[in-house]
Write a protein that binds this ligand. Structure first.
Ligand SMILES: Cc1cc2nc3c(=O)[nH]c(=O)nc-3n(C[C@H](O)[C@H](O)[C@H](O)COP(=O)(O)OP(=O)(O)OC[C@H]3O[C@@H](n4cnc5c(N)ncnc54)[C@H](O)[C@@H]3O)c2cc1C
Length: 456
């Protein structure tokens, strides 16, 4: 049973760590625990802003002595429910990345964002298999699998992890690899939470300086033609092509570039690993299907990988719901656009469909806990940033879209794409059932007291 935390104990914890410590009510706690989704406000008993691995060990020991749950946060991009008790370890100060070019390995600390890893690797002509956004935390993202703009060519980011260094529930520092603590290594590659605090991750890099890619924007009148062309085209492209589309309702506000302000568009994202001529040739059917009013596709340095999706990285209230699709075809487009297209009245600022499959569909030697390999498309609905609508409009309107596309929805999905978690059943759908059961077993081996609270 949890024991109360006294002010003297908080003071002693503050002395014992090199980072910062705040208890509930302290000035500074709110800023320390703030999430990317500002509609979620954490209020733990105590937060340790760790600077070192030793700080993480001390924090876990403290939580163990008080029998309170431990949560971890790097950037707050993945927060799905408010934390109302226990100890939160924030890792944003642990933000180093060291590249060993000979071994092609980046050693990435717990709080490092993708942008820093991309930049460090690029100095050696190397690249990590990143996500769509430079500001997402590399470790938190990879623990969920990680599907990025190059995923059809290189698979899930978790497939490229060679080692995790973890602080476990009994406050030991453990290294998990394909040959040491294999069960923990398997679980951390896609199992996400409830296993320990990852303090460092060794990620294999690929030799890649440039790609051919970017975004095409189709105005309202051409949304349907472009989407229909994309749906046929994705079934023809090689694994060196990764693409996605997003129906985007750009608000009529000054912060949006003039060319996009107030428009309903189809944003088609494209990435080809190979030379410019071949990249252009493969994209030609899409360019020929409808006129894009903005064509930002070209040869790019790896440092521009974040520009493919051009995610809005500013914190704000957010609601999203995700799933995966077994396949898509012209009938899907008809149903989807009838419910979510330009003439629909749904409160979603963006609805994105990513084409995965390719290397992401191939399981790794030794296996991983990654969910969603079997379904070649993801679909995520992102609500307008109006918290008053989150409980009353978003679930109903997303159900309305889901009802139309039900035949195409896969039973399995991936935890990074789940969005708002409404039920235990929905949470469980983020892994194949055999992986979900094995994860539960691995969590009880490594955390028998369920210190690392995880899930709804
Ligand atoms: C704008 C945006 C773009 C995104 N793009 C992609 C994408 O392209 N592909 C994709 O796969 N996902 C994507 N995501 C989802 C993202 O990968 C997840 O939300 C991920 O959890 C974010 O990790 P974080 O560390 O930044 O977030 P945080 O909220 O800080 O962490 C999320 C969770 O990760 C776990 N965690 C984080 N650090 C540690 C650690 N050191 N040890 C143990 N557990 C830890 C914890 O369970 C924590 O609750 C995106 C999200 C956003 C908001």
């Amino acid at each position: 049973m949890a024991t109360p935390i006294t002010l003297d104990e908080v003071a002693a914890l503050r002395e014992a760590v090199t980072g910062v410590v705040y208890a509930r009510g302290d000035e500074g706690l709110a800023a320390e625990v703030a999430c990317y989704n500002t509609a979620i406000v954490h209020d733990p008993d105590v937060v340790v802003g760790a600077r070192t691995v030793g700080d993480v060990v001390t924090a876990v020991q403290f939580a163990g002595a008080h029998a309170i749950p431990v949560f971890v946060q790097a950037t707050g991009h993945g927060a799905f429910a408010p934390i109302t008790d226990g100890l939160l370890i924030t890792t944003s100060r642990m933000d180093s990345v060291a590249v060993d070019p000979a071994r092609r390995i980046a050693s990435i600390s717990a709080g490092t964002r993708w942008g820093a890893v991309v930049e460090a690797a690029a100095r050696y002509g190397l690249a990590p298999i990143t996500g769509s956004s430079d500001t997402v935390g590399a470790v938190g993202y990879t623990l969920g699998g990680g599907l990025g703009p190059l995923s059809r060519t290189y698979g899930f980011t978790a497939d490229w992890v060679r080692a995790f260094t973890v602080v476990t529930a009994d406050a030991r520092i453990v290294r998990a690899t394909a040959s040491e603590h294999e069960d923990l290594f398997w679980a951390l590659r896609g199992g996400k939470g409830g296993l320990g605090v990852v303090v460092e991750m060794d990620l294999e890099l690929v030799p890649l300086r440039t790609f051919y890619g970017g975004g095409l924007f189709f105005d309202t009148a051409h949304v349907e033609d472009a989407m229909r062309a994309w749906v046929d085209w994705v079934h023809t492209v090689p694994d060196t092509v990764t693409s996605s589309v997003a129906l985007v309702r750009f608000p009529p506000i000054d912060e949006v570039p003039e060319a996009l302000r107030g428009k309903f568009v189809l944003h088609l994202r494209y990435a080809f690993v190979g030379d410019e001529t071949e990249g252009e040739r493969l994209l030609a059917p899409i360019r020929g299907a409808a006129p894009a009013f903005l064509d930002l596709v070209g040869e790019m340095p790896m440092s521009a990988i974040g520009s493919i999706h051009n995610d809005d990285d500013s914190p704000g209230p957010a609601w999203d719901r995700g799933m995966q699709l077994k396949d898509i075809d012209q009938d899907f487009v008809t149903e989807f656009l009838a419910r979510a297209g330009p003439r629909s009245d749904v409160p979603f600022i963006a609805i994105e469909i990513r084409h995965i499959g390719g290397a992401a569909g191939q399981e790794q030697h030794g296996g991983t806990a990654v969910g969603g390999r079997s379904a070649p498309f993801t679909l995520v609905m992102i609500g307008v940033p109006v918290p008053e609508l989150f409980a009353v409009a978003m679930p109903q309107k997303s159900d309305y879209i889901v009802a139309g596309i039900l035949p195409w929805i896969a039973s399995e999905t991936n935890i990074n794409f789940l969005g708002h978690i409404a039920s235990t059943q929905q949470f469980a759908s983020a892994w194949p059932s055999h992986a979900y059961d094995r994860l539960a077993e691995t969590r009880s081996t490594w955390d028998p007291g369920r210190m690392f609270a995880y899930g709804p």
